[in-house]
Design a binder for this molecule. Structure first.
Ligand SMILES: Cc1cc2nc3c(=O)[nH]c(=O)nc-3n(C[C@H](O)[C@H](O)[C@H](O)COP(=O)(O)OP(=O)(O)OC[C@H]3O[C@@H](n4cnc5c(N)ncnc54)[C@H](O)[C@@H]3O)c2cc1C
Length: 457
């Protein structure tokens, strides 16, 4: 029988790779988690700078009590460190006709809100009577929302929401792949309102959960979760280790070639999990699996530039009493939105200062994500002045760029993923945010799923 260096090699130390590696380790497998950067966590990176706590990736997360991530938060002793977002975080502002309007969160506030015209509100409420689509064909989110809720709901509700989650355009995304819940509500219950009511009744009947159901982070930011997971992995995780090649061994296992400290090393394992971005997985697979490799490389990603602006409190006119603002495409702004980071969680900025996190670029403004630093700063400060009434220069300004920030679940995505998976050898699995959803919780779950499939072999 073949002897391998370990049972499973996991490539990529983001949240997906951590989910896979921790699951395997807990079940008694020998695992090596290999990460090319000098730190674990991937996009989940918290950086302290001049008294500000910057989230380079996710600002917060949401997970229901039964999701694997919550089990691991408990397992690694983090439950007591959970920091729910401030109650104000429920307020979100949407820009309409240059004004910031609170997103209505009750029927009464919806009826009173100027966010949609009366015509738009009546069209949205007529959703009850819109028959479900039965042909089973694929549909863009834009088409789905237009069909069920009307044009105005698309422009001022769906579009900004899609910008906030996918940095994208509703007409680009597949509703079935990007928002499977919406399609499911229509299929099962005949519509979104009918489905929402059915879900509400079901939720009331189930026992209440002790775990917060809203947004949360940790006092030290999202990086605190990465540190806890890193401790769990101990010496089984290695950084600065870039996997550059692999081969399949005759005995069914894998040999992986990696660069560490400018030297090439080889390791063997019975199983292999690639938990990188789709194009990185495609590059690793290219030499032996051309089909899946090409399909992985063709998954589009939205680029983002994230700007952090720290102001003295009195230099911002807006009350910053909320999560932040989203700018619908029709409003023609140069930014996608702003998170009021220091309102959402305490100790994100020095005393007397506020921290604003501004998102630029995405699928609808890719060029802006690549603008020169000085242009980006000028654009962002101009928008903040217009939208939030900031005065003068900020005390602090920093930019972080992600070329592949968010994978796009475009039309055909589901079929593409099925085709990629069917072309892989049985002991090779994929994990990452392009598979089961882009959120931290769903990405983590993709790693757990890959590990469970390996364990079931
Ligand atoms: C700016 C931003 C804001 C976000 N905000 C939120 C939010 O508020 N809430 C939320 O739930 N989600 C949010 N997300 C989404 C979520 O954070 C990501 O989807 C998730 O963290 C991605 O995890 P991952 O493991 O799939 O990929 P990554 O984090 O990209 O990890 C992949 C890792 O693989 C490594 N790698 C690549 N190639 C190799 C190789 N050859 N050898 C070894 N290692 C390799 C990379 O270095 C990387 O560390 C946000 C994302 C971004 C970018």
């Amino acid at each position: 029988m073949a002897v391998f260096d370990c049972d499973t090699i996991v490539v990529g130390g983001g949240i997906a790779g951590l989910g896979a590696a921790m699951t395997l380790k807990k079940k008694g497998q020998t695992v090596r988690l290999l990460e090319s950067r000098g730190y674990l966590g991937g996009a989940m990176l918290t950086v302290p700078d001049q008294g500000y706590l910057l989230e380079f990736g996710p600002n917060s997360l949401m997970a229901s009590a039964d999701e694997p991530l919550m089990a691991w938060i408990r397992e690694t002793g983090l439950e007591g460190r959970i920091l729910p977002a401030s109650p104000e975080g429920r307020n979100r502002f949407i820009l309409r006709d240059g004004k910031l309007l609170p997103l209505p969160c009750s029927v009464v506030s919806f009826l009173r809100s100027p966010l949609l015209s009366w015509k738009g509100k009546i069209r949205l409420m007529r959703e009850w009577g819109v028959p479900p689509r039965t042909d089973g064909g694929e549909e863009s989110l834009g088409h789905f929302v237009r069909r069920r809720l009307g044009d105005e709901a698309l422009l001022y509700l769906a579009d900004p929401f899609v910008k906030g989650v996918y940095a994208s355009d509703p007409d680009l995304l597949s509703v079935g792949a990007a928002f499977p819940v919406l399609r499911e509500l229509e299929r099962r219950h005949g519509g979104l309102f009918r489905g929402a009511v059915a879900r509400l009744i079901k939720k009331r009947k189930s026992s209440p959960s002790l775990v917060p159901s809203g947004l949360f982070s940790f006092p030290g930011g999202m990086g605190e979760m990465v540190s806890a997971f890193e401790s769990y992995m101990g010496d089984d995780a290695g950084v600065n280790a870039e996997v550059i090649k692999w081969t399949m061994l005759e005995e069914e296992g894998f040999q992986v070639g990696l660069m560490y400290d400018d030297q090439e090393y080889y390791m063997t394992s019975r199983n292999l999990i690639l938990a990188t971005s789709a194009p990185d997985a495609g590059e690793i697979l290219r030499a032996f699996l051309e089909g899946p490799s090409g399909e992985l490389e063709s998954i589009p990603y939205a680029p983002l530039a994230i700007c952090y602006a720290g102001f003295s409190r009195e230099k911002v006119a807006h009350r910053l009493d909320g999560f932040g603002i989203l700018c619908p495409t029709v409003e023609n702004r140069k930014i996608l939105g702003v998170i009021f980071s220091s309102s959402l969680f305490p100790e994100r900025s020095p005393d007397g200062k506020v921290l604003l996190t501004v998102f630029v670029g995405g699928m609808t403004a890719q060029k802006l994500a690549h603008a020169f630093d000085e242009d980006l700063e000028r654009i962002v400060l101009g928008e903040l002045k217009d939208l939030l009434g900031t005065v003068g220069k900020p005390d602090f300004f920093r930019i972080q760029r992600w070329e592949r920030a968010i994978p796009q679940y475009v039309l055909g995505h589901g079929e593409r993923i099925r085709s990629i998976r069917s072309g892989l050898p049985p002991r090779l699995r994929l994990a990452g945010n392009y598979l089961e959803g882009v959120s931290v919780a769903k990405t983590f779950a993709s790693g757990v799923k890959a590990a469970e499939e390996i364990l079931a072999l």
